[in-house]
Write a protein that binds this ligand. Structure first.
Ligand code: FES
Length: 131
């Protein structure tokens, strides 16, 4: 189980929830009353783009702050493969550069902007709206 913190979505939607590794970020948001705009739900339109930050180590229980213990961070555990379709959409909408997309592909890392409908949760995340 991992922590997913939604921050900046609105008073009633800013919360920390527990998710399973392998859950889809969009589903976790919807199941917990956090509204992320969607259209295609297939990684093509970009309307569900969000900022994501991987949270290192164990979360300290301080509400919505992402205070973390840097010890215990296992980088390999949290690497995330992103599909070409998602990377192409993010580049097309100008959310990430082509270089960031290539780096994400090469090192199996996630970019700081993700499409919630394509984002499989691999570790604790801080999620903010993409504007
Ligand atoms: S809803 Fe269209 S890319 Fe996610």
């Amino acid at each position: 189980m991992v922590n997913v913190i939604f921050c900046g979505f609105g008073e009633d939607m800013d919360k920390r929830v527990i998710a399973k590794e392998g859950d889809l970020l969009l589903r976790v948001a919807q199941n917990n009353g956090v509204i992320i705009p969607t259209e295609c739900k297939d990684g093509m339109c970009g309307s569900c783009a969000v900022k994501v930050e991987e949270l290192d180590g164990e979360l300290v229980d301080t509400g919505f702050k992402s205070e973390v213990d840097p010890d215990g961070w296992d980088k390999d555990k949290y690497t995330t493969y992103m599909e070409d379709k998602e990377l192409d959409t993010l580049v097309e909408m100008g959310a990430i550069s082509k270089k960031e997309a290539e780096s994400a592909q090469q090192y199996a890392q996630q970019t700081p902007i993700r499409l919630a409908c394509q984002c499989i949760i691999k570790g604790s995340l801080l999620v903010k709206p993409f504007e």
